[in-house]
Design a protein around this ligand. Structure first.
Ligand SMILES: [Zn+2]
Length: 326
């Protein structure tokens, strides 16, 4: 299910640079800033810098002086700031928190640019942008990001698909877990495109009525695989030979599944039914999986939990809550 789909992504990226407080395009064309309220806001954002508190400290008077490192790298162009990228992409909302009295900060899983954290200026309270930023809403997002800055600045977020479609169903309880998992395992500034498509695939399957427990296992097995945390189930992680039928265990020392003998008799028991389910998850789209064998689902959950805990050193908060609710 993770093969390349036919979708075409509209991504507009413009590099702009700030020179002496004025916005000038870096590629020979001027950045268009309209005169409406949004345009004013954009202009203010550019003038103040979109880079968040760290760079604000470097530019206490907003005069636009470039930091030392930039001056050093750019020779004679002493008053130029690092370039700012304008990005339009689709994204899933993973998290929203207060940033200040008036501002929010959000974490987005973008389709092409991995996890992006962005300040949302003036959005606290009943703003349209705050309403758009519900967990796992899929949005058309436009943000500005200064090279090297921790925080981007979200300029627009229009809802494309709302996660509210799942409200009132048992699947709604899964949403915080899916979001926290993606936020934890997709490294910032790495593409994360497969995880983006995985989230869409799992949400679509939930909407079509796939059982939430099976959807959760499918999601976590794929997420851990894509993150390199969960190896395949067909070869022994210790000796490298095929596991074949018979007893297998989760290797207590390395993140893999291995022959019971290679595991020294220790570690979580992983039965053939659970390995069949792991294989089916790897090969099938979620709606085609069918009902898993009894017991296989809970073993696969235990395998994923063990792999995740070993990698992170702790458990995800949303997973613990899911256990309390379930
Ligand atoms: Zn072995």
């Amino acid at each position: 299910m993770l093969g390349h789909g036919p979708g075409v992504e509209l991504v507009a990226v413009a590099l702009v640079a700030l020179v002496a407080g004025a916005a000038v395009a870096g590629l020979g064309t001027e950045l268009e800033v309209d005169d409406g309220p949004d345009g004013e806001q954009l202009g203010r954002g550019l003038a103040a810098g979109v880079a968040g508190p760290l760079e604000a400290q470097q530019l206490p008077d907003g005069s636009g002086h470039a930091p030392e490192s930039t001056r050093r790298h750019r020779g004679g162009r002493r008053r130029e700031n690092p370039p700012v990228a304008l990005v339009s992409t689709t994204a899933f909302v993973l998290k929203v928190d207060p940033l200040s009295e008036r501002d929010l900060v959000t974490a987005l899983l973008t389709k092409d640019h991995g996890v992006v954290r962005a300040a949302v200026k003036g959005a606290r309270g009943r703003s349209r942008r705050a309403a758009a930023l519900q967990t796992l809403n899929e949005v058309a997002a436009t943000y500005f990001r200064r090279e090297g800055a921790d925080l981007a600045r979200l300029d627009a977020a229009e809802v494309l698909r709302t996660s509210y479609e799942l409200a009132g169903t048992p699947a709604a309880m899964l949403l915080p877990y899916l979001a926290e998992s993606a936020l934890t395992f997709v490294p910032e500034s790495e593409p994360g495109t497969e995880v983006y498509r995985l989230v869409r695939h799992v949400l679509d399957a939930l909407l079509s009525g796939v059982e939430p427990g099976l959807a959760a296992r499918y999601f976590e097995v794929w997420l851990l695989r894509l993150s390199g945390v969960l190896p395949e189930e067909e070869r022994c992680a210790t000796c490298g030979e095929p596991i074949g039928p018979g007893e297998a265990r989760m290797d207590p020392r390395s993140p893999g599944i291995c022959h019971a003998g290679c595991a020294g008799g220790a570690g979580l028991f992983v039965g053939e039914d659970a390995r069949r389910l792991l294989r089916a998850i790897r090969r099938s789209p979620l709606p085609a999986l069918g009902a898993p064998e009894p017991g296989a689902l809970s073993t696969v959950e235990a395998v994923a939990r063990e792999a995740r805990r070993r990698f992170l050193g702790h458990e995800l908060r949303s997973y613990r809550l899911l256990g309390l609710l379930g």
